[in-house]
Design a protein around this ligand. Structure first.
Ligand code: HPA
Ligand code: ZN
Length: 344
C-alpha cells in the first residue's frame, strides 16, 4: 500500500468477524418501506424520512416496541431472504469474513408465520452469501426473555428439525426483571443437545445477571456485558476464563446505556484484559454497521492500531467456527497487518 492510511481506511480493510447482530434489526428503511408495500402491511409512516425520524429511543423497551412491531413487514421466505442477504452483503463490504446472526423466531411464529418459512429465507441467503461472496455465517435463535420459559422450551423443540443448520441459542429482549435464572432449564436443555449458548446480560441489567449467565446458564459468550465493570471479582473471572463479551457501542449510545461514546467502557474492558469484541447489534436502527462501530470508538476513545487488531482477533477467537476456519481468519488478519501502512 502506498502512503499513510487513515484509521477508517485501516478498519475498512481489517478482516473481522461479527458476533452480535439481529437480522430483524438490519432491515434498512428502503427495504422496510418496500416490504410493507409489497405485503400490504399497514405502517405508521408514509415515507422513509418519517420512519427514520422515529429511530430515537429513551431506553431498551422503547426500542423493542418499535423493533417487534417492525417485524410485521416480514411474511414470506423471500422477505427473510432479502433482509439476510442485504445484511451479509454489507458485512462482507465491511471486511467481515464470518457473521453470527441472531434471529428471534417468536416475533414471527406468534404472528402465524411458520418457522420453516423464516428459516427457508434466512438459510437460503446464508448459503448464497457463502457461495457468492465467500462470507461464512451462523444462526443463533434467541428466546424473548419477557415470555415464559415454557415458550423458550417450545422454540427449542420446534427448531430440532434444523439442528444441523443452527449454531445455538441465546436470550434477548427486555432484561430488567427477567433474570437469566428464569431460563435455567431452557439453557440446560440447549447444552444437553450440544448447541452453543449465549445470552444478553448486563446491558440494562446488573452485574449479577452477567454472573448468573456464566455460572447458571454456562454461556460461552456474554452479549453486551457492560455491567460487569461494577463487580471487580466478576471482571477477574471473565478475564481469567477469557469469556468473550460481544459489545455494541453505537447500540449502547442509542439506548442510553452510555451517555456518550467517550464514556463508553470499551477501552476499560480492553485494559482489563477482557476478550471484548465490537458489533453492530441492530445496525439499521442504531446508525451503523460494524465498521461504523469500530471507527466511532477509535475516534472517541483514541484506540490504537494494535487495539483495533486485538478487537478483530478477539472476534475471530470468540467465533463458533472449526479450527481450520479460525486459523484462516487469524492468518488473514496477520497478513493484513503486515501489508497495511501505518496511519498518519
Ligand atoms: N438487547 C436485547 N434484545 C435485543 C436487542 C438488544 O440490544 N436488540 C434486539 N433484541
Ligand atoms: Zn442484541
Amino acid at each position: 500500500m502506498q502512503g499513510a492510511m487513515t484509521p477508517a481506511q485501516f478498519i475498512a480493510g481489517l478482516p473481522k468477524a461479527e458476533l452480535h447482530m439481529h437480522i430483524e434489526g438490519s432491515i434498512e428503511a428502503p427495504l422496510f418501506m418496500k416490504l410493507a408495500r409489497r405485503n400490504q402491511v399497514a405502517i405508521r409512516w408514509e415515507t422513509e424520512a418519517e420512519l427514520l425520524a422515529a429511530y430515537s429511543f429513551r431506553d431498551l423497551q422503547a426500542f423493542l416496541d418499535l423493533y417487534y412491531d417492525g417485524c410485521r413487514v416480514l411474511i414470506h421466505a423471500q422477505d427473510y431472504y432479502e433482509v439476510t442477504r442485504e445484511y451479509l452483503q454489507r458485512a462482507h463490504a465491511d471486511g467481515v469474513m464470518h457473521a453470527e446472526m441472531f434471529l428471534g423466531p417468536q416475533g414471527h411464529t406468534l404472528r402465524g408465520i411458520a418457522l420453516a418459512t423464516v428459516l427457508e429465507g434466512v438459510l437460503g441467503a446464508m448459503d448464497d452469501a457463502r457461495t457468492q461472496d465467500g462470507i461464512t455465517s451462523g444462526l443463533i435463535l434467541v428466546a424473548q426473555r419477557h415470555r415464559p420459559e415454557a415458550e423458550a422450551l417450545e422454540l427449542l423443540q420446534q427448531a430440532m428439525p434444523w439442528r444441523e443448520r443452527l449454531l445455538g441459542f441465546g436470550l434477548g429482549g427486555a432484561e430488567v426483571g427477567h433474570p437469566p435464572s428464569k431460563f435455567a432449564e431452557f439453557f440446560r436443555r440447549c447444552r444437553a443437545e450440544r448447541f452453543h449458548v449465549v445470552a444478553h446480560a448486563g446491558e440494562e441489567g446488573p452485574a449479577e445477571y452477567v454472573r448468573e449467565s456464566i455460572e447458571l446458564l454456562q454461556v460461552e459468550r456474554v452479549d453486551h456485558g457492560n455491567a460487569c465493570l461494577q463487580d471487580p471479582a466478576l471482571v477477574r473471572l471473565l478475564a481469567e476464563r477469557q469469556i468473550p463479551l460481544t459489545v455494541c457501542p453505537l447500540s449502547n449510545l442509542k439506548l442510553n446505556v452510555v451517555k456518550s461514546l467517550p464514556e463508553h467502557p470499551l477501552k476499560k474492558m480492553l485494559d482489563a484484559g477482557l476478550r471484548v469484541t465490537v458489533n453492530s447489534d441492530d445496525p439499521s436502527y442504531f446508525g451503523g454497521y460494524v465498521n461504523d462501530n469500530y471507527e466511532q470508538c477509535q475516534a472517541a476513545l483514541g484506540l490504537t492500531r494494535s487495539e483495533l487488531v486485538t478487537l478483530a482477533r478477539n472476534s475471530v477467537l470468540a467465533a463458533f467456527v472449526q479450527p481450520q476456519r479460525r486459523l484462516a481468519m487469524l492468518a488473514a488478519i496477520d497478513a493484513y497487518q503486515d501489508r497495511a501502512d501505518d496511519w498518519a
